[in-house]
Design a binder for this molecule. Structure first.
Ligand SMILES: Nc1ncnc2c1ncn2[C@@H]1O[C@H](COP(=O)(O)OP(=O)(O)OP(=O)(O)O)[C@@H](O)[C@H]1O
Ligand SMILES: [Mg+2]
Length: 342
């Protein structure tokens, strides 16, 4: 069964040794874009610019590669703003439909904690189709990259900062669940942080209707295979490893992943990252209650919240409203929560 790649940290534009801040110099970098068939909405010229919806953007540099895409940093020729251009290679009709759904998902929401989309188009490239999603560039990068930097410094996030970021993530998720959708691939690399630490949920490519009714073994296998492809293994909810023949899968798969994200903010690695990296069975590990290391210095209330979110049985797992209420209570109870810096 295919599993999604565990994403490493990448260097962002402003951190590159050769002066990522000098965008004029970066603009003159040679491009590796090959000519593409010109569509109505897009063209690529020799100066390394692209046009989407009659607006011109300059390629700046590569940003990152995901399991399904690669992402470039581009600059608007007119507005001088930076954007992330996500290019998804669509292997077949189904792939194209999935990319179309991802574009539509961005458009459904207008929420401060969900990444918006600026423009999109499909491009013919060597007989294959690429979906291009033009997204606002979020300079601080992913939550994962921020946590990795802390780990490198031997530092931790303060409880106050965890609660603030976590609350934003919950708000974004609440908006999705209230509209009847589930994200299905929530993890620290799929949360961006802006300069004010506002989290933005992104990578909406695995999103689908929250409530899935499973009727029979065949449907169960289809969903299990889909989850193996689209829901990152170390953040995947227990019920998606062995889908029962007659059951309802709902948005509580996200609540499990949300718990893993909270754990990751506290421990600087996901609860099942090590299990996966050692080659042990994540499917088995998620059946047992999550263990919070003795060394964890956060408040008892935060640890309790984590344990109550990460219930293996989805029926015992809370919904997003409950989680959000708890976070708000924790924030109001301890406005000056200790910083926990190591
Ligand atoms: N708007 C953005 N601003 C800044 N960085 C971004 C932006 N969009 C994407 N990135 C970076 O690119 C990475 C990959 O993007 P994304 O998660 O959308 O791709 P994917 O192929 O769907 O990834 P996955 O491996 O999670 O399936 C992100 O983790 C992030 O580091
Ligand atoms: Mg991603």
């Amino acid at each position: 069964m295919a599993v999604k790649r565990f994403k490493p940290w990448f260097k962002r534009a402003e951190e590159e040794e050769d002066g990522g801040g000098d965008m004029t110099a970066l603009k003159s970098l040679a491009l590796n874009n090959v000519p593409v068939k010109m569509g109505q909405t897009l063209c690529i010229c020799s100066r390394g610019s692209i046009t989407i919806d009659n607006k011109k953007y300059y390629f700046v540099q590569k940003l990152d590669e995901g399991g399904f895409s690669y992402v470039d940093l581009v600059e608007g020729a007119k507005d001088g703003r930076f954007y992330a251009l996500k290019k998804i290679l669509c292997h077949d009709r189904e792939g194209r439909q999935e990319a179309q759904t991802e574009m539509e998902m961005h458009q459904i929401f207008n929420h401060p904690n969900i990444l918006s989309i600026v423009a999109h188009t499909f491009v013919d490239r060597g007989g294959k189709t690429e979906a291009w999603l033009l997204l606002p560039y979020i300079g601080k990068g992913s939550l994962w990259s921020v946590l990795e930097k802390l780990r490198d410094k031997g530092s931790l996030m303060s409880e106050k900062q965890i609660l603030q970021i976590f609350r934003g993530i919950c708000s974004g998720l609440k908006a999705m669940h209230e509209k009847g959708y589930a994200h299905r691939d929530l993890k620290p690399t799929n949360v961006l942080l802006d300069e004010d630490d506002r989290p933005l949920l992104m990578d909406l490519g695995s999103m689908n209707r929250a409530r899935i009714e499973v009727r029979g073994t065949r449907e169960a296998m289809t969903i299990q295979d889909w989850a193996a492809q689209r829901c990152t293994i170390s953040y995947r909810a227990p019920e998606l490893f062995n889908v029962e023949s007659h059951c309802i899968i709902d948005e509580r798969t996200d609540i499990w992943s949300l718990g893993c994200v909270l754990y990751c903010m506290m421990m600087l690695e996901g609860p099942y990252d090590m299990v996966f990296q050692k080659g042990d069975s994540v499917a088995l590990a998620v059946q047992n209650p999550v263990t919070i290391p003795q060394s964890c210095s956060y408040s008892g209330s935060l640890k309790m919240l984590l344990s109550s979110i990460m219930m293996s049985n989805p029926q015992e797992r809370p919904n997003i409203h409950w989680v959000l209420d708890q976070v708000q209570d924790l924030q109001s109870c301890s406005p000056n929560t200790q910083t926990n810096m190591v």
